[in-house]
Design a protein. Sequence first.
Length: 313
Amino acid sequence: MVLCTGAIDARAASSGAEPNYPNKPIRLVTGLAGGAADVLARLTVQGISGPLGQTVVVDNRGGGLIPGEIVSKTPADGYTLLVTGGNLWITALLQKAPYDAMKDFSPITVLVRTVTVLVVHPSVAASSVKELIALAKAKPGQLNYGSGATGGAGHLAGELLKSMAGVNIVHVPYKGNAPQVTGLITGEVHMVIGDVSLVMPHVKSGKLRALAVTSAEQSAMVPGLPTVAASGVPGYESGAIYGMWAPAKTPRAITQRLNQEVVRYLRKPEAKEKFFNAGAEIVANSPEEFAAIIKSDIAKWGKLIKDVGIKGG
C-alpha cells in the first residue's frame, strides 16, 4: 500500500505530479559496484522500498561523471534518482561536465557524511597538528602527503590544509585510496588524509599515528580525537558527503515525498547503526539545506582549485 497523505496528493495534483506516486519501481543510479556510493545506496534501499510501496533497484553505471549524466537526461518523474558523493560537483570543477550540478538536479537530501582522519607515519616527529605545522614550517618542501588521485578528496583536503596553515608540503598522487595508505605505511609519504575505515585499523595496530579528524566537529567513530580546526587551523573543514537527487524540474510533491521517507528511515536507530558500521554518519536534511551545502562547496573548492591550479587526473 502506498502511503500518501492528503496534503501530498493535493500538491501532486497542483504540480502535475502523479497523485498516486510511486506506482512502479524506482531506479537509483549510482557508481561502481562495491564503491562507497553503491554501498550507501543499497543500505538506503533497505529502508525505503517498503514505505514507498514499490521496489527500489540500485543501478550501477560506472564512475566519474557517468551516473550524473544519465540522471540529468532522464524524465523528471521521480522514477530515476541519483545517489553519489560530492564528486558530482567537484569533478565538474576540474573538467568539462555534461551537466550543471546546480541546474540539472533537484536535491532530495544528504544521506551521510564520511569521516576522514589526518594520519602520519610513526617516523614523523609530530603528535599533534600544531607540531606537524611547526615541523612543516621548519622544513619547507621536505614533508609530503599522499592522496588517492589528483583532484580527489584527499588531494583537495591536503591543499586546503597547506593553504590555511601556510605550509609547503609536497603532494604525491597514487592510483587509488588503498595504495596511498600502503605508501604511508611503508614510509613513501609522511602523511595522508584518509577515510576512517581505511586508516584507523592501521592506527590501532600502531603502524600509523592519528592526529585529528577533518570534520567541523569531533566524531564518535574516533572518540577523543580532536578536529584539525581545534588543533591549530581554525575554520578548517573537509570531508565527503553522499546524497540523493532527482532530475531538475521533478515536481516538488515528489521530492518532498522522497525526502520524507528517506529522512524518516535514516533517523531510525537501526539505520544509524548500519551506516555507522559502514563508516558513515547520518545527516538527513532538507532539500533546501542540501542545495545550500552544494552552493557553498562549489564556491569553497572552486576557489581552491583555481588558486592552486589543480587539474583533474
